[in-house]
Design a protein around this ligand. Structure first.
Ligand code: CO
Ligand code: CO
Ligand code: CO
Length: 349
């Protein structure tokens, strides 16, 4: 890492990390008219707005496939590679799956020093190894703006797939990382972030959702998604709509990053927050939640945590297992799934 200390990768990026994601509403328009071919073994396809596709191979095996990549969200090439990989692997975990193979997808400026390119890949390889999977190839092109990510294939039992659509009234919602990464990114770009916060922000994004997933699959969890580019409320809206339910969020239980809260109060916000708010706002009853708190709930979370809809009979045990594991950053019981009887899909209180 020594040689790459002085690079400022984020200066090469127009839009950082998951904040560069095409907005949920826009994406639906872009994909709208495409002809969809049916295949009875395709258990989860892109029409379901889930984290990854799932294809059944046999009675006890399905493959989970996903692809994620984005421009630099941090300056250090190694950390950027590790974050992009952790973020891509997360969609396999969000489906309850186990990552097996991965392919690199990379774009680099022609004049980027070789050791920086190497460091990005090293970060990616380290995370894939930690996940217990292997990188088996990839594709790279020249581009003015660097980009890196992975296409990941994982395994899951066809009867144990966790989609967005499985949440049931009575389920308890549990979330596993702190909230406010997108706002910290905006603070970093504005040079308002302490070195200490930069470091802990990087560590949070590099943290795999592996431990949280490994614990989750031992309990009755009906639905799961990872919170990434669309923000907590965007991803919860997909869950509420996908499962035909309503969701109530107890904002006092959410683990907001204190420095992100300070920045949000000052109006330091990433562009993706506005896109996410625009997409989901109509379906959200904000109650008395202050605007800065709402902003953090719409904030894009690059490499965010897992959002689990747990059976009420298992929620306490799941929560205490998550809290005990040092590899799980946070475990918050943030709300409940309810019967949908019309009106807004999400309520904050
Ligand atoms: Co996802
Ligand atoms: Co994704
Ligand atoms: Co899922």
């Amino acid at each position: 890492m020594k040689k790459t200390d002085s690079v400022k990768l984020t200066k090469l990026a127009e839009c950082a990390g998951c904040g560069a994601k095409v907005g949920a509403g826009e994406l639906a328009k872009l994909l709208g008219d495409l002809p969809v071919r049916r295949d009875e073994n395709l258990l989860v396809g892109f029409d379901k707005s889930d984290d990854a596709a799932v294809y059944k191979v046999s009675g006890d095996l399905a493959i989970v496939q996903t692809l994620d990549f984005f421009p630099p969200i941090v300056d250090d090439p190694y950390a950027f590679g590790a974050i992009a990989a952790a973020n891509a692997l997360s969609d396999i975990y969000a489906m309850g799956g186990e990552p097996k193979t991965a392919l690199n997808i990379m774009a680099v400026p022609e004049d980027m020093p070789k050791e920086h390119v190497h460091a990005i890949l090293e970060g990616g390889y380290a995370k894939v190894a930690e996940a217990g999977a292997v990188i088996c190839g990839g594709h790279s092109i020249y581009d003015r703006e660097p980009k890196y990510g992975l296409s990941v294939t994982g395994f899951v039992h066809p009867d144990r797939i966790l989609t967005n659509a499985g949440a049931r009234p009575g389920d308890v919602l549990i979330y596993t990382k702190r909230v406010g990464i997108g706002v910290l990114t905006a603070g970093w770009k504005a040079e308002m972030l302490s070195e200490e916060s930069k470091k802990s922000m990087q560590e949070q994004m590099m943290l795999l959702n592996k431990a949280a997933r490994d614990i989750m699959i031992r309990f009755r969890v009906h639905a799961c998604t990872d919170v990434t580019g669309f923000g907590m409320l965007g991803h919860l809206l997909e869950m509420a709509e996908g499962s035909g339910t309503r969701i109530s969020i107890e904002t006092g239980q959410i683990d907001f990053i204190p420095e992100a809260a300070e920045l949000a109060k000052m109006g330091v916000l990433p562009a993706g927050m506005y896109r996410n708010r625009h997409f989901a706002e109509e379906e959200v009853d904000p109650g008395d939640a202050p605007v800065w708190m709402q902003d953090l709930l719409y904030d894009p979370q690059t490499s965010g945590g897992l959002m689990m809809a747990a059976d009420p009979g298992d929620a306490d045990a799941l929560l205490s297992e998550l809290l005990k594991d040092p590899q799980v950053q946070s475990a918050q019981r943030i709300g409940t799934v309810e019967e949908y009887t019309g009106g807004k899909r999400i309520r904050l209180y």
